[in-house]
Structure formats: structure tokens, C-alpha cells
Write a protein that binds this ligand. Structure first.
Ligand code: SIN
Ligand code: CO
Length: 403
């Protein structure tokens, strides 16, 4: 298939199985080479061991299904367990591994081994900087990493032996992960297609297609993975880069400041000034998330220390009882500010955001020095206000001073 047609019809769009993609494929490295690499400092190596419940093993009288069917049937094996070991490994690690159901994966093999790097010649129709690495896996019979999705395109080239691939090509497949496994494994996986790949066969998967590859006998797979930086990753790096070019003199400025209505308030003009200082980048956020970001930023800004949370929560009944005679001090390192939010307020404390009754937000931020309990005791929305007060005291943002 010409590259133009592959790119037009499949790339980033739909999976493609390419039988004999590399005719008479000779793997550039052996399982022993891979194990050797996995023992080297600096190599990114993992071993994934699948602890298969005994009732799922082939030959079990209670369970006549062939093993491959079980492996791809999604919800059937949620009682199974997965163990992940991270390298570098040594001979003893390999000696301890079971006979079946484990796999060794080494990333960036193309950087260590020029013969593996040469595989990339077959992918020159894709810009070289778009390719992340060649990951090589060796699996014992039944080994694999479980059903998952990748967020980047991958070419799964079968190197040695056979692997059964199952994929789910339905639009919007279930994306929930199991919470009992450190690998990001899909909670449910119902494949629409299954194939056994032989050496030289290759499966192309665009991002987001659930898949599961299980070794049928010993096998080696070469995964040519693309690099697709997340927008969040791009933005962070871009922001640092763009910030470097800004002069020190460009900053938050308020030559038009008028006397504050309430000294703790972040009002709309303050938010407009913050947007002005940021320039076009401020357009990335709508008003609400922008305001919460600014409130968090400005109350965290340049705080060299942080508040120490209480070891045990303050008894709420005792707090209510002591309130009229209590005096609270703000932790000196924790800035407080608030902003109007509908009929209530958002309270910002040392980078944290709390919903607060308006009167409470004002009272907690409005005055320099101590906060008088008797003033809080007179405020409306007492239940919500007291809950907030308890949270702030427990977090160490407010200290109760003894009279
Ligand atoms: C493997 O080689 O076992 C895993 C490759 C993948 O599913 O991305
Ligand atoms: Co994958």
C-alpha cells in the first residue's frame, strides 16, 4: 500500500493489520540480548507478571474455554492480579519468574541497539521526530500487559513466535480503568476483532483503540511508538518558553486603582488587570476558572512556609461552644482573599479554594490582625460557616488563640 493511501485512510483513523509487512523478518536482537539490556543501568525495563487464577488455567475441568478466549473476554478475569517489576534486573530476577504469563518490556531499544534503530527505516514516510521509540517485549506463553489503550499511534511488529491481538474498534469504547492494578488496565474489554500475528506481520493502531496482546508460546514484539505530546505538556513547556521572552517590567499593574471596597476582595477590575498582564494567553480560561486560578496563585504567591495542619481535627461542638469568646489568628504565611461567586463567595487561602457564605468570606479576610469569634457568631448561614471554620482550623490556616 502506498504511504499516501495509508496516511489518508488509516493513520490516526482506524487500525490496519498488515500481513507480511516485513517479509522474512529477522529480529534485530534475541531474547537473550533483550534480557541483557534489561540488566543495564539506565535501560527502561519492566517485567509484568500476570497472576492467573487457577480456575482460568487451561485444562481446568470447571472451565473448558480455551485460554485465549478467556484472556480477551474482558470482565471474566477481574479476580486476576498483575505484578509490575521495574529494572534494572539481574539473573536472579529472571530465574525466579514463572514458566508462563509474564513479559519483559524494554523501551527505547533503538537508542541502545543500531540494528533495532534500523527498523525505523521502514517508517521514513513519517517525520522522524514524530517517532518516540522502539519498545521490545519478550513474553513467555500467556504473557502480555493486559487490555489497555495507548494515547499515541503504534505499529506492533511481530518479531519472534506468535501473539494473539484482540482490539475493540467500536466508537467511544468504555474507558474506565481497574483501580486494583498499578497498570492502567481497562475494567471492561470486549474485542471486535482478533488475529494471531506471525513474525513479520504488523498491526497498526491509532490512539485510543483498546487492545490486548497475549503471547501464544514464547514471543517477541517490536512496538514502534509515536510521540504525541499531551496538550497540557505542550502548554507547560510553551508557557516557560514564552515567559522567558517577557521583560521583567511587564507585570500586574493597577495605576487606575480606586479605594478598596473590601480589602480581602478580588474584584472584577483586579481580574481584568490580571488578564491584561497575561496578554493573549489569558484567553485560554473562561472567567470562572480564570478567577479561581488567580485567587489560588495570588494567595500562594511567595509563601516561604506553609501552615501546619492540626494532628487531630478540632472537635466541632467544642469549637461552636467556644466561638463567642474565641479569637482566631490567621497563619502568617497563609494569605486569605475572596471573590464574589453567585450569591456566595469563593474563599482563597494559600492556594486553596473554598466555597464560602459571603459574610463569612468577608469577615475572615476583612481585617488585619485577629478575627473575633463573637463577630463570626453573629453571621448568617452558621452551619456552612462553622463547617468552613472547622476546615480552616484543622488545616492550620487559622489558629485559635486562648484568651
Ligand atoms: C507488548 O509488546 O506486549 C505491548 C505492546 C502494547 O500493547 O502497546
Ligand atoms: Co499498547
Amino acid at each position: 500500500m502506498p504511504a499516501t493511501r495509508f496516511l489518508r485512510d488509516y493513520w490516526q483513523k482506524r487500525p490496519l493489520l498488515i500481513r507480511c509487512a516485513f517479509p522474512d523478518f529477522k529480529p534485530p536482537l534475541s531474547p537473550d540480548d533483550l534480557a541483557g539490556l534489561a540488566c543495564m543501568d539506565g535501560a527502561l525495563a519492566r517485567i509484568v507478571v500476570h497472576d492467573v487464577p487457577s480456575s482460568s488455567r487451561p485444562g481446568d475441568a470447571r472451565d473448558p474455554l480455551p485460554r485465549t478466549e478467556k484472556l480477551h473476554s474482558g470482565t471474566r478475569r477481574n479476580d486476576d492480579r498483575w505484578k509490575v517489576l521495574t529494572g534494572p534486573f539481574d539473573d536472579a530476577t529472571f530465574a525466579r519468574l514463572p514458566k508462563t504469563d509474564w513479559t519483559l518490556l524494554v523501551q527505547d531499544v533503538d537508542k541502545w541497539d543500531s540494528d533495532t534503530a534500523a527498523l525505523l527505516d521502514g517508517f521514513r514516510f513519517i517525520p522522524a521526530w514524530r517517532i518516540d521509540d522502539v519498545m521490545v517485549s519478550y513474553a513467555a506463553d500467556g504473557g502480555g500487559v493486559g487490555a489497555h489503550v495507548d494515547h499515541y499511534d503504534v505499529f506492533l511488529l511481530q518479531g519472534v513466535g506468535q501473539r494473539r491481538w484482540a482490539i475493540d474498534t467500536r466508537p467511544n469504547p468504555p474507558a474506565a480503568y481497574r483501580d486494583d492494578v498499578e497498570l492502567k488496565l481497562l475494567r471492561a474489554f470486549r474485542p471486535t476483532h482478533e488475529w494471531v500475528l506471525d513474525p513479520g506481520d504488523m498491526l497498526y493502531l491509532p490512539p485510543g483503540v483498546p487492545h490486548n496482546g497475549v503471547a501464544t508460546g514464547e514471543c517477541m514484539t517490536f512496538s514502534i511508538g509515536m510521540r504525541a505530546p499531551a496538550a497540557s505538556e505542550l502548554l507547560l513547556d510553551f508557557a516557560v518558553h514564552a515567559a522567558d521572552a517577557l521583560p521583567e517590567s511587564r507585570r500586574f499593574a493597577d495605576p487606575d486603582l480606586t479605594p478598596a471596597r473590601d480589602t480581602g476582595e478580588i474584584d472584577d477590575s483586579a481580574l481584568r488587570r490580571a488578564r491584561r498582564a497575561l496578554g493573549p494567553a489569558a484567553k485560554l480560561l473562561a472567567d470562572e476558572p480564570f478567577a479561581d486560578w488567580f485567587g489560588g496563585f495570588i494567595t500562594r504567591y511567595r509563601a516561604a512556609q506553609s501552615a501546619a495542619p492540626r494532628k487531630r481535627p478540632f472537635d466541632r461542638a467544642a469549637l461552636a461552644e467556644r466561638l463567642p469568646n474565641a479569637v482566631f489568628e490567621r497563619d502568617p504565611w497563609s494569605r486569605f482573599a475572596w471573590r464574589r461567586h453567585g450569591r456566595g463567595a469563593r474563599l482563597y487561602v494559600a492556594g486553596n479554594v473554598f466555597d464560602a457564605p459571603l459574610a463569612w468570606a468577608r469577615e475572615l479576610t476583612g481585617r488585619a490582625g485577629a478575627i473575633e469569634g463573637w463577630r463570626l457568631a453573629k453571621l448568617p448561614q452558621r452551619t456552612r460557616g462553622m463547617a468552613l471554620l472547622g476546615t480552616l482550623v484543622d488545616a492550620g490556616y487559622l489558629h485559635l488563640r486562648r484568651r
